[in-house]
Design a protein around this ligand. Structure first.
Ligand SMILES: [Zn+2]
Length: 94
């Protein structure tokens, strides 16, 4: 387990939470105030965005598994692939 680290918004240097404690809530490198609430909000927002993207990908994957898909693009591709196969079949017969 790595210890929790944050990156200073001002100087971009990472520091551990205990380092911040020791400098009274200030960055030990450039002495700006580091507000932990801001970091918390940021990481929660990032997680919500990740969840939305995962849900989107799951939709796409289940469409692909279903074969035909519900999006017009997937439908067209599937139709073209079938037409190409049928064409090949005909050429094989003659
Ligand atoms: Zn700093």
């Amino acid at each position: 387990m790595s210890k929790p680290e944050i990156v200073c918004w001002s100087c971009d240097v990472s520091l551990s939470l205990s380092e911040r404690e020791e400098s009274d809530g200030l960055c030990p490198h450039c002495s700006v105030e580091i507000d932990l609430d801001e970091y918390l909000v940021e990481s929660l927002t990032a997680r919500a965005a990740d969840k939305a993207r995962i849900a989107e990908l799951e939709d796409i994957i289940s469409e692909l598994i279903a074969g035909t898909g519900t999006s017009p693009g997937a439908d067209r591709k599937y139709g073209r692939a079938r037409a190409a196969l049928a064409q090949q079949g005909k050429e094989g017969e003659t």
